[in-house]
Design a protein around this ligand. Structure first.
Ligand SMILES: O=C(O)CCC(=O)C(=O)O
Length: 266
């Protein structure tokens, strides 16, 4: 891109995190930043998101977290309740791969986990209008089992999001205590731990399209169903410091095409 063209690019009123915001993240386990992405970029990502979900419905290369998997879908890959997930958008789309390297997002991640940042994975999390399913209360690291538990997620919205269409609910301070999550006998999937917590203490974060929220990998979170006529397109980038290991084996999560280094400063 020429310098003149670059100068014409809209610049969002972006600010690094203040020390107060960093302290808040460490105290509460999350920080709601608000709008970060510019409207032209949001449009590009929306178009790409819709293209990839349309393609995934053809190929079946996605999961419906509401039904456990892609079973219970009709011949058009639809189901009554849909919490649709595409893992590793960065392996299907250059626009989403480029987003992983967005300097504004990485600056915030750096403020929270330090100057060297590797991708753990990314995922699109789509609640279609009218029948978007919920995601039950959980801590991400109960699934991931990473050590040290020092990963941070950027949860990014491509639509205006509030409680009605699936806003993120988070339990302040819960990142300090890893909880046992029971698993199903068949398949070993994690079970909802919503009945073990006082849900009245949760905070709900509304975000505008292009907004971001960062949370720790042990912060308890939940999203409700979307019964509105507005879709809710979200995308999560899970960052880790290099040197993170898998608890069960002790193996390092090596740098690869799917787990690139995104920033290295020291
Ligand atoms: O996007 C959602 O609705 C839920 C996302 C979530 O729970 C996660 O990324 O772990």
């Amino acid at each position: 891109m020429s310098t003149a063209a670059a100068a014409e690019q809209p610049v969002s009123p972006y600010k690094r995190l203040s020390q107060e915001q960093i302290d808040e993240f460490h105290l509460r386990g999350y920080i709601a930043y608000g709008k970060l992405l510019d409207d032209p970029l949001i449009e590009v990502l929306r178009a790409e998101y819709d293209r990839l979900f349309a393609e995934a419905r053809q190929t079946g290369r996605f999961r419906n977290l509401s039904t456990g998997d892609t079973e219970d879908l009709d011949e058009k890959n639809n189901a009554d309740e849909q919490m649709l997930q595409i893992m590793q958008m960065c392996e299907r789309s250059l626009d989403f791969r480029q987003l992983l390297y967005d300097g504004r997002i990485l600056d915030i991640a750096e403020d929270l986990i330090g100057p060297n940042i590797q991708l753990f994975h990314d995922q699109a999390l789509f609640k279609p209008a009218h029948h978007g399913g919920s995601v039950f209360w959980h801590q991400d690291n109960a699934y991931w089992q990473c050590v040290p538990a020092n990963l941070v997620s950027c949860w990014l919205t491509l639509d205006d999001v509030n409680v009605a269409n699936g806003a993120m609910h988070l339990m302040p301070g819960s990142h300090l205590t890893p909880l046992g999550h029971e698993r199903t006998k068949k398949g070993g999937s994690l079970l909802d731990i919503g009945d073990q917590i006082d849900q009245t203490q949760a905070s709900v974060v509304d975000l505008p399209a292009g907004g971001v929220l960062f949370h720790h990998c042990q912060t308890l979170h939940y999203t409700p169903p979307n019964n509105t006529d507005r879709q809710r397109r979200a995308f999560a980038i899970h960052f880790m410091p290099p040197g993170t290991r898998q608890a069960a084996t002790g193996d390092f999560l090596q740098v690869s095409f799917g787990r690139p280094m995104l920033r290295m400063r020291s």
